[in-house]
Each structure stands twice: as C-alpha cells, then as structure tokens.
Design a protein around this ligand. Structure first.
Ligand code: G3P
Ligand code: MG
Length: 275
C-alpha cells in the first residue's frame, strides 16, 4: 500500500493546530492563501497511504485528521464515472482481478479496496474533503481530464469551493492539454519522474502548467530554481522522511507528497532530523 517504509520517527512533540497558522485558513474554507504566502504544503499521497488503504475515503479522512494542506488521489474514468484508484489493474489494492477499465462501475464498487472500503468516486472524495484541504487530482487514466474539470467546476459553482483549491496533474501531456481545453482556469501540474532536462520546462511552458510535480531524484537545487524562475511551483513526491522534507524546504520546494503526513507536519520536532 504505502510506497516505501517509514523512517524512524523518534518521539515527536505534537504541535497544536494553533502553531500552524495556515490551518485556520483550511478550517474556515476562506480563500486559500497558502501558495501566495509560500507555505510549505504537506500533501497526503493517495490520502494518507502509510496509515490506511490508499485512495480510499478512510485514507482521505485520515489525511484530513492529521491536518494535511492537500490530498492527492489518482483517477480513472470507467463506465461514465470517475473512480479513485492508482493502478490500471485491480490486483494490488483490491480483491478484484484484471484491468480496471474492463469492469462495470457496479463491479468495481462491489470490490474490497482494503479494510472493507469501496473504491471511491472522485465526487465522494470532494464531499469528504469538504473544503477542509485542497485536492490534487492525478489524471491516471485516459479521458479523465474532461470529467474531472467538469466536476471541479460543479463544486466551484454549487458548493463554493475556490477554484484554486484544485490542482489537476498528470504524467500524460495529452490529458493536461484536454484539461486546459476544458477550462484553462483550473491549475495544471506536470508530473515528471525522469532526469531533469530543459525539455521538462519547455513542456510545462507549452501546457501553461502552474506547477511541476517532480519525483525525488530529479528534484535538485538547479531544477527547483530553474522552475521557479519560470514561475512554476515545485512539489516533490514521495517524501516520507522528516530530514528529506527539511532539505527540500531549504531548497525552496513548495511542498511534498507524503504517505505519512504526521512525520512531515512534525518534521521540525523530529530529533533525528537536523533543522
Ligand atoms: O502525484 C504525485 C504521485 O502520486 C505521482 O506518482 O505513482 O504515486 O501516482 P504515483
Ligand atoms: Mg498519484
């Protein structure tokens, strides 16, 4: 479920919510100021995948309870529905078999995605988050951009979500292009796992991306500062150690995706991390 083992945690001093001023912004669902204020965002990866079955509502609720700034989930479009699951096959995270897209929505909903949880819909994730955090929708499957952007627009229009509470991201340039066509106002993040190159920046520029969401390896100081020079935010995945998060924060990275939001939120209280 979780990608990678948690590092040794030491004994963290739990800080109160009042110690983290941007939390009040999250709780009352006022217009988000995090990005403008350059807060280092803690993004729950697949919810809080280190604590609960990934990409389930249980995992999303756990991430919210831990106090994340944002939740990241992965989506496919199946049978006219946006479903939240990471792999394009069912075996690793459910008791089902075969490709996700070969199943009907009803079949998918009958599966156990861990601890008795159903595979959720993206709508259920939005309803669960309920403006308590931002949401990053990673477009994994084909043709997910249009329906995802339409759902975002519905929640902006009918439920009063600020549009900048949402980020759609993808490794697939085609999906990001479709997202821009559907509504250019919704923020787009270009995902990259490969070695840093000028091409990545060129692609981000062409897609009018708002952020670069980088794997840990290519996220060096040069990559971060070049992306910033181009006006892009930089988020890094998947960061499960306090020390790594501190190093990235010092590099001016804008936030990290983590399976263990508690570790990253309390990174400065980790006695094994050099602040
Ligand atoms: O969006 C960050 C991260 O989720 C990308 O990789 O494979 O965990 O979806 P993956
Ligand atoms: Mg993902």
């Amino acid at each position: 479920m979780a990608s990678g083992r948690p590092p040794a945690q030491g004994s963290f001093r739990l800080v109160s919510q009042r110690d983290r001023p941007w939390d009040s912004v999250c709780r009352v669902a006022a217009p988000r100021q995090d990005i403008q204020q350059q807060k280092f965002l803690v993004i729950g990866h697949r919810g809080a995948a280190g604590h609960a079955p990934e990409n389930t509502l249980l995992s999303v609720r756990k991430a919210l309870a831990l106090g994340v700034d944002a939740v990241e989930v992965d989506v496919y479009f199946v049978d006219g529905e946006l479903v939240v699951i990471h792999d394009d096959t069912l075996e690793r995270t459910t008791n089902g078999i075969g490709p996700v897209c070969d199943h009907s929505f009803d079949d998918l909903r009958a599966l156990d995605a861990g601890d008795g949880e159903q595979i959720p819909t993206l709508r259920e994730v939005f309803e669960t988050v309920d403006r308590k955090a931002m949401v990053n929708i990673e477009l994994k499957g084909p043709k997910t951009a249009g329906p995802s952007v339409a759902l975002i627009e519905e929640f902006v229009r009918d439920a009063g979500w600020p549009r900048d509470s949402f980020l759609v991201s993808s490794f697939e340039q085609e999906e990001l292009r479709r997202a821009r066509e559907a509504d250019a106002r919704v923020r787009r993040g270009l995902l990259s796992s490969s070695r840093w190159s000028a091409n990545t920046l060129e692609t981000a520029r062409e897609l009018e991306a708002w952020s670069l969401n980088l794997a840990l390896k290519p996220a060096g100081a040069e990559a971060v500062s070049e992306a910033h020079r181009q006006g892009l935010k930089v988020f890094v995945y998947t960061v499960n150690s306090a020390q790594q998060a501190i190093d990235l924060e010092l590099m001016d990275v804008n936030g990290v995706f983590t399976d263990y939001p508690d570790i990253i939120l309390h990174r400065h209280q980790d006695p094994t991390a050099a602040a």
